[in-house]
Design a protein around this ligand. Structure first.
Ligand code: UTP
Length: 291
């Protein structure tokens, strides 16, 4: 079995739920305290053993490339100040996290269409997908949990969580049977189910590991919900044909594609932040008294 060495991060969405912040600023660059969302995602991939990452971008996402590049002027300035040694190390470290490549999705035709842009990069290897607006924080990197499931069961893997009946209409719903522990066999799925169409309350949240055969399936997948080529529709074909492993992963997932998710991420990360955590907790406690 081939090792999972490559990851794809789709980041070419329009971010219409976070306008006007995302008119110019890619939503993947929105900070959670002091780091842009996409850096947490790249760090998760690197901590999961991924060596090569392809970020799918589009017009106006140049900031993403700049963030993972060296910044000689800034580095020169920081290196002249002994008090800034730690921050210099962080800044330089960003450009060394992984080998990062970029490709543009020329039209915003959906997540499935975005993943199709990764065909040449992926070749004939299995690969991980980390959605560019889903930040998952935890001791054990979520992507690594999925890779371990791929190594054990050998078929495609989706990262899942149970969500509420109201929320599931915005996501996907999976037909699942328990295997053991937090592993399930998934044999069918539906994107954005209407009330009554749910197969379970398990939904794919932000991570999967796919075999390269997904590209042939994507080529045959017509536009689905919202008129977009949906990755879920292609994974449905894979799940029905070969079965997929669903992993109820550990870690907290923040949806950086909506306003509430962005705030939840900021507050929770700030509470545990080594530099501002204590002060922020005290501030929040005081604030809560006035609510
Ligand atoms: P979303 O549907 O959450 O992203 O896609 P969006 O289109 O930016 O959302 P709206 O406009 O607020 O509803 C999930 C992931 O797929 C990427 C997004 O960047 C996000 O990481 N995506 C989506 C693409 O790369 N290309 C697309 O055509 C659509």
């Amino acid at each position: 079995m081939k090792k999972v060495r490559k990851a794809v991060i789709p980041a070419a969405g329009l971010g219409t739920r976070v306008l006007p912040a995302t008119k110019v600023m890619p939503k993947e660059m929105l900070p959670i305290v002091d780091k842009p969302a996409i850096q947490y995602i790249v760090e998760e991939a690197a901590a999961s053993g991924i060596e090569d990452i392809l970020i799918i971008t589009n017009r106006g996402k140049g900031l993403l490339e700049d963030h993972f590049d060296r910044a000689p002027e800034l580095e020169r300035r920081l290196s002249g100040d002994p008090n800034k040694a730690a921050v210099l190390e962080q800044v330089v470290g960003i450009s060394k996290l992984a080998n990062i490549f970029y490709v543009r999705q020329k039209e915003t035709k959906g997540l499935g269409h975005a993943i199709r842009c990764a065909k040449e990069f992926v070749g004939d290897e299995p690969f991980a997908v980390l959605y560019g607006d889903d930040v998952i924080l935890g001791e054990d990197p979520a992507c690594g949990q999925l890779i371990r499931a791929y190594e054990q069961f050998g078929n495609g893997v989706v990262g899942v969580k149970e969500v509420t009946r109201e929320a599931i209409q915005k996501y996907s719903s999976l037909q699942v049977k328990p295997i053991r522990d937090n592993y399930f066999l998934c044999t069918d799925m539906i994107e954005k189910p209407k009330p009554g169409e749910e197969m379970s309350l398990y939904s794919i949240l932000g991570r999967c590991v796919l075999p390269p055969e997904i590209f042939d399936i994507l080529d045959q997948t017509p536009p689905g919900a919202g008129g977009e080529i949906q990755l879920t529709d292609a994974m449905k074909t894979l799940a029905r044909r070969d079965g997929m492993t669903a992993v109820d992963f550990t870690g907290t997932r923040y949806d950086m594609g909506n306003k509430l998710g962005i705030l939840q991420a900021s507050v929770e990360v700030a509470l545990n932040h080594p530099e501002i955590g204590t002060e922020f907790r005290a501030y929040l406690k005081e604030l809560c008294k006035t609510l």
